[in-house]
Design a binder for this molecule. Structure first.
Ligand code: IYR
Length: 229
């Protein structure tokens, strides 16, 4: 495999004050993001979805394989097929597959097996992870750190959508194999997440949850070290 040609990094140092201001602004903007489960069917410009996918696709990836594929779905029939299949799986999960501990953990969120957002949202974006690559001559090569890479791309996608002014949800019906069948994707693609995307419904409500404070999610050096390791 040929090597990438080294080129000078484009990087500009910013004034400290500006860096602090940007960090504060970003925290405020991204901190107002909420997972939305109730969508308006108002149309959304598809180019905004495309820009968000391009932003997500700037994510770092193992060996720069970029092992992701985004399918943008707005066809009402496909959306209905996806909703029907997802609800069938979710019904079984809520009724018999999820252990009591998991159901207890979800109770505060009030979720159930009914997923109208899968047809109400003007777009569904289905993110697939490419487990390996298949060249034009049929030779396979493996990808590296696939779930880390695709997870990072997913996070960047969520941030991009929010900063652009759109609402989304990371939806994970389980199992998700039906997505590969309905969307007729190749065997090297594994469904990773569904993102319904649009504007929130006018009467959209979200759970009044709190986020962990900085002190709860970070420590410095050996602060709070564990005896066990
Ligand atoms: N996939 C199911 C259950 C679910 C699981 C988790 I973890 C959540 O944070 C929310 C829901 C559903 O979408 O209802």
């Amino acid at each position: 495999m040929s090597e990438y040609r080294p080129i000078p990094l484009q990087f500009e140092r910013q004034e400290q004050d500006l860096m602090r201001l940007r960090a504060d602004e970003l925290l405020q903007q991204l901190g107002s993001r909420r997972s939305v489960r109730s969508f308006s069917s108002d149309p959304v410009a598809e180019e905004l979805i495309d820009r968000a996918i391009e932003i997500a696709s700037t994510a770092p990836s193992g060996a720069h394989r970029q092992p992701w594929h985004f399918v943008v779905v707005d066809d009402p029939q496909l959306k209905k097929q996806i909703r029907d299949a997802a609800e069938k799986e979710e019904q079984r999960s809520y009724e018999s597959r999820m252990p009591e501990e998991w159901l207890d953990a979800l109770r505060p969120l009030g979720t159930d097996a009914v997923k109208p957002f899968l047809i109400d949202a003007p777009y569904l974006v289905i993110l697939f992870a490419e487990t390996h690559q298949v060249a034009a001559d049929g030779t396979r090569s493996r990808n590296y750190y696939v779930s880390e890479s695709v997870g990072i791309a997913a996070g960047m996608f969520i941030a991009a959508l929010h900063l652009v002014g759109l609402a989304t949800l990371t939806h994970t019906p389980s199992p998700m194999g039906f997505l590969r069948a309905i969307l007729q994707r190749p065997a090297n693609e594994r469904p990773y997440l569904i993102f319904p995307i649009g504007y929130p419904a006018a009467d959209c409500q979200v759970p009044d949850l709190q986020r962990k404070a900085l002190e709860q999610v970070r420590s410095r050096n050996l602060e709070g070290r564990s005896e066990e390791s």
